[in-house]
Design a protein around this ligand. Structure first.
Ligand code: LLP
Length: 447
């Protein structure tokens, strides 16, 4: 995070708090969240998009994608920085509501929302329910009728643009569960168009607009522009067929961050400008006005704001043969967490950076692998990193940029209690989500 600094004695401070103090007070492993960094990124996205879309003559709403990490305090911070909150389940919705985010500023996603989740959303007066199938359109209409309300909906479409990593591929990536395809089979009405027309048939539904999310950890803005073009054309087609030019287009999340030293994150100002200018051009071509836009960044707001603090336990040199048959030593550094608090390396092959943060070391750097304490060899947190040769039991080790999809995807594998989320700000720390205890876990077991 931006709030990380080295103290004169070589230990690291985050948000003005010495990591040794954090470990002593809160224990390890712990997710540490730099509040100022979170707020700064939330503000950066909002102001960059407002400026860029304002310059082409329209508005934009920024929804914080709570799936990346949602706690009551985090939802409050997002709101205080002028963001709305995007939720993907009844549980996330409950957190946003407990944080007193007004219903009108909440969106509800999901490809298989339950009746109960939909009813809760209606009762909370959420600003939008993003519908994902024809069946769901009927379901939301029925529940809205039961409640005597009109449900505001967006239709999630798949544009054929799929992005993530460094490039995007504008081909058929539609063999997946999300969205309704814009690409019709041979002249037929596309699933996306059929869904939009279906929404219009229901007096209990108000069609706000069209939603598209193309992927995550995207570092090339071209994918957003390609998807926006497809959505804007669909919007114009719908106007031709129905007479309704919908007011809003959501371009989803996916803005990529830097995980490793030397990597470069997507720059919100540049990407906002690129997208705004591109959509303005497309609307001119199509002869339509510009809709209002919205985006849903999650990782880009909270990812860099978080780090995970661990304590080193065992250290083991292992002799390995490389491809050419030459031997080298890899130092296996075991920490007190692992794949239960960060599944991303095991699940996606995600790369992270780690450093010894409780002290300085003059020792040479050696090739190391940071591994967890779980009962499988794939329990790797950092595949490859250089650590000081004198790394030893008791050292504090931090893994950077774990704010997104760390705590939110954590498990209790091997009955490990999940770590706390600790916020740091202005030299002080406070617990946002407390550490689980063995009693919490045993309490679930009814014998
Ligand atoms: N909006 C929608 C509809 C989404 O499905 C997602 C993410 C987002 C917004 C936020 O995307 P972000 O800005 O955070 O990239 N667990 C994976 C990421 C899954 C993302 C799923 N959808 C990971 O750890 O990389």
């Amino acid at each position: 995070s931006s709030g990380v600094s080295r103290l004169p004695d070589g230990a690291v401070a985050v948000g003005g708090v010495d990591v040794r103090e954090l470990a002593a007070q809160h224990g390890t492993p712990a997710y540490v969240l730099d509040e100022a960094d979170f707020r700064m990124r939330a503000r950066a996205y909002r102001t960059a998009f407002e400026a860029a879309f304002g310059a082409v003559g329209t508005g934009v709403d920024v929804y914080y994608a709570g799936k990346a990490l949602l706690t009551v305090a985090v939802a409050r911070w997002a709101r205080e920085e002028g963001l709305r909150v995007d939720t993907a389940s009844g549980g996330e919705l409950a957190i946003a509501l407990r944080a007193e985010v007004p219903g009108a500023e909440i969106g509800l996603h999901g490809n298989n929302k339950s009746d109960i989740e939909i009813l809760r959303a209606l009762d909370a007066g959420v600003g939008r329910i993003i519908v994902d199938s024809l069946v769901e359109i009927e379901r939301v209409a029925r529940l809205a009728r039961e409640r005597g309300v009109v449900a505001p909906v967006m239709v999630r479409v798949t544009t054929g643009v799929h992005a993530g990593g460094h490039e995007y591929i504008a081909t058929a990536h539609e063999d997946q569960k999300f969205g309704l395809s814009v690409n019709a089979g041979s002249g037929a009405t596309s699933p996306a168009m059929a869904a939009l027309l279906a929404v219009l048939k229901h007096p209990e539904l108000k069609l706000l607009g069209i939603h598209s999310h193309i992927g995550s950890q995207i570092l090339d803005p071209d994918g957003f522009e390609a998807a926006a073009r497809v959505v804007l054309r669909l919007r114009a087609d719908l106007a031709e067929r129905s007479g309704l030019l919908v007011d809003e287009v959501d371009l989803g999340g996916g803005y990529g961050i830097a995980y490793l030293p030397g990597e470069v994150a997507l720059d919100p100002e540049r990407v906002a400008k690129d997208i705004a200018q591109s959509v303005a051009g497309v609307c001119t071509e199509l002869g339509t006005n510009l809709p209002r836009f919205s985006i849903e960044p999650g990782r880009a707001i909270v990812g860099p704001a978080g780090l995970t603090l661990y304590t080193v336990g065992t250290v083991k040199p292992v002799t390995v043969s490389d491809d050419g048959g030459a031997d080298f030593t890899r130092t296996y550094v075991s920490i007190d967490g692992g794949m239960s608090d960060n599944i991303r390396p095991a699940l996606y092959g995600a790369a992270y950076h780690a450093e010894v943060v409780g002290r300085s070391s003059a020792a040479e750097m050696v090739l190391a692998r940071v591994v967890g304490k779980h009962c499988e060899s794939g329990d790797i947190v950092v595949h490859e990193v250089r650590l000081p040769a004198d790394v030893r039991a008791g050292d504090l080790l931090a893994v950077a940029a774990t704010g997104a999809y760390g705590r939110s995807m954590a498990s209790n594998y091997n009955m490990l209690p999940r770590p706390p989320v600790v916020a740091v700000s202005d030299g002080a720390s406070r617990v946002l989500v407390r550490r689980e205890t063995e009693d919490d876990l045993l309490g679930l077991d009814q014998g």
